[in-house]
Design a protein around this ligand. Structure first.
Ligand SMILES: Nc1nc2c(ncn2[C@@H]2O[C@H](COP(=O)(O)OP(=O)(O)O)[C@@H](O)[C@H]2O)c(=O)[nH]1
Ligand SMILES: [Mg+2]
Ligand SMILES: [Zn+2]
Length: 305
């Protein structure tokens, strides 16, 4: 029987079978050997073939993936993690404060998703806390990111109408939800389906270090064909094996312009003469904030404070 991996707790996997039941599975021997070599061959969202033997269920085969999203550890270059597989879109949840999500973090995340060719939703949460100034800033951000092809919403995860708005963008898709700890991911998920009961941290918790209510990525169903993946709060986002020259490919607003740079694909859009991208920053068609993120990525900086 076919199934989909919902959750992993070390050597056990929770798999949703085609019959709608959940099975606790181990890996078959030959896959376990690969696991030792590869350190985690199975990701949340993987489609698998289950072998059912009376009370026992095991994973016999992993089906080819449509895609995956990798996360690179900022601290350890060698440490990479498949966050999820077979994802239709990613939803980055961001906030202006409590805690603040920086533009650098947003752009790194979007670039990363773009490099895996996964469409992006950007959801600004906690609008009930916005000041008049915040609203102006949010409008500008909404325009900026909409113009580059990102779907942007501003919500309060505590508002029913807003939840319906999010829900309509998720239907019949598998969505990976990411964002800093404390932005409201679990609150949103709990509102999306009564079956989801993720624990929500108190506002004070995430300011004091070390409180993580969600420790592993886990997939939930909203309905038979709608899946959502909650991920642990992410502090920083490292870019996975990207060449310097490649980075502007993943900035949609630079992608076409860069073909017109004098040095063509060798141009890094830094100090090269007749750079079309830099001209666009000067005339305002590429935003300074996005360009700043771009430069920081090309210089190999990370986005830790
Ligand atoms: N004011 C306000 N607080 C929110 C909103 N959404 C979530 N919170 C609060 O933010 C805190 C962190 O929420 P949680 O869902 O645990 O965040 P997570 O770490 O991203 O899963 C909790 O105290 C929530 O009640 C919102 O729209 N407005
Ligand atoms: Mg959470
Ligand atoms: Zn250039």
């Amino acid at each position: 029987m076919e199934g989909r991996v919902m959750k992993s707790t070390g050597s056990w996997y929770e798999v949703l079978g085609a019959d709608g039941k959940k099975y606790n599975c181990r890996l078959q021997g030959k896959l376990r050997l690969e696991e030792i070599k590869e350190n985690n061959p199975i990701a949340i969202g993987d489609r698998v073939e289950l072998l059912l033997d009376q009370d026992d269920a095991s994973i016999e085969e992993i089906k080819p993936r449509d895609n995956h999203i990798l996360r690179q550890s900022v601290k350890k270059a060698s440490h990479r993690q498949v966050l999820a597989a077979n994802v239709d879109q990613v939803l980055l949840m961001a906030t202006l404060k409590h805690p603040r999500t920086s533009p650098g973090f947003i752009d790194r995340f979007l670039v990363s998703a773009e490099s895996f060719r996964i469409p992006q939703l950007l959801v600004f949460n906690k609008k009930d806390l916005f000041s008049a100034e915040d609203k102006i800033l949010i409008n500008a951000l909404q325009q900026l990111y909409t113009a580059i092809g990102v779907t942007v919403l501003t919500i309060s995860a505590k508002d029913d109408e807003d939840i319906e708005g999010v829900k309509s963008l998720l239907t019949n898709k598998t969505t990976l939800v990411a964002g800093h700890s404390g932005v409201g991911k679990s609150t949103l998920l709990n509102r999306l389906s009564p079956q989801i009961r993720q624990s929500v941290s108190e506002v004070s918790d995430f300011t004091s270090k070390g409180t993580h209510t969600t420790t592993f990525a886990e997939m939930f169903t909203i309905d038979d064909n709608t899946f959502i993946i909650d991920t642990p709060g992410i502090k920083e986002w490292g870019l996975v094996e990207m060449e310097q020259q490649e980075i502007s490919d993943y900035f949609p607003e630079m992608r076409e312009l860069r073909l017109e740079c004098k040095f063509g694909s060798r141009c890094l859009h830094l100090a090269e003469p007749k750079c079309r991208v830099r001209r666009a920053v000067e005339d305002g068609t590429v935003s300074v904030s996005r360009y700043t993120s771009y430069v920081s990525m090309v210089m190999g900086e990370d986005n830790r404070k």
